[in-house]
Design a protein around this ligand. Sequence first.
Ligand code: GTP
Ligand code: MG
Length: 365
Amino acid sequence: MALKCGIIGITNIGKTTKFKCISKTKAETSNFAYSASKSNLGVVDVPDNRLDEIARMVNPEKVVPATVEIVDIPGLAKGASQGEGIGNKFLEDIQRCDAMVHVLRCFDDENLPHIEGSVNPVRDLEIVDLELQVKDLEMVERKIQRTEKLVKTGDKDAKKTIEVLVRYKDHFENFQNARTLDVTDSEKAVVGDLFLLTEKPVVYVCNVDEGSAVSGNKYVETVRTALEGQDTEILVIAGALEADIAELETEEERMEFLEDAGLAEPSVNLMIRAAYDLLNLQSYFTEGPKEVRAWTVKKGMNARQAAGVIHSDLERGFIRAEVIKFKDFVELGSENAVKDAGKMKLEGKDYIVEDGDLMFIRFNV
Ligand SMILES: Nc1nc2c(ncn2[C@@H]2O[C@H](COP(=O)(O)OP(=O)(O)OP(=O)(O)O)[C@@H](O)[C@H]2O)c(=O)[nH]1
Ligand SMILES: [Mg+2]
């Protein structure tokens, strides 16, 4: 099953607008709170300049980018965990995701009322976080009850388990997210079966007005201050502007508008790459006259597992991988030049694949 990244946030702040910029999936946007009644799933190309550069050099018949699954989830509101708004259903959709892009409204627009009556991204962030925390608290409390029964039967581990669970419980009761609790890996494993919502890795996206696309605005500053000290990325995206640009017919037109806005590429690209990274994914490349292609592997996969992403035969019959570093390929200009310079490495099955490796798999079945 593919890993998925969910776009979450309070209702009516531009989540679906962003989703439409990056995905070919049809999705409804509207001016009304809670108008969306279902999540949208999109398989989204991962923009990668390295792939484009290899393609320019090799000039293949076909270029195939990596993809990542993004789910646009309808907005939450205060009380969602108690069934408010569209309620619990979307918390379940978030549960099925492996990472989250949390969108925050950081733009003024008199024509677009805010569900809470004013623009305040930090308050919105706290509202959404609280809904997730309440859900997580519920999960942890239920596990505490289950485990207490085990303590009574004399299970020795159960007592330790409860100690860890209580730490999580206290943490949620202090309005904190699971990901910020200081725990060891084995302690974390205690809640592994709960798939806690606030444990999932997150990146924040500040949705700003056109004029703030490059340097942000006062709302973005409040978000930065609120998240200070947390190891988390904050992206700034002018959603409406990027939606307009995505609608343009030609690449030239799109580039012109981006340049006018002071951007080198659509900022939604950063969002896609951030999602890919949060999901712990990276790419390696294969190149030839027929096809230049990016393949998705989990970080830390070895060469043999990575070969299996192309085809199970390559994993089963793996002999070795010929590995070229992207930098060498670009600097030296071709596969042969890299070989002549002695910079192509032969690697065995245990080689840990690095992001951006060019690989040719030798196999025999
Ligand atoms: N001014 C302005 N309006 C925006 C921006 N992004 C989205 N909107 C408008 O906000 C409204 C809601 O946008 P959606 O993308 O449907 O919002 P959503 O977060 O998906 O809403 P729900 O699915 O109901 O949670 C639409 O009318 C959009 O045109 C933006 O960056 N600036
Ligand atoms: Mg929506």
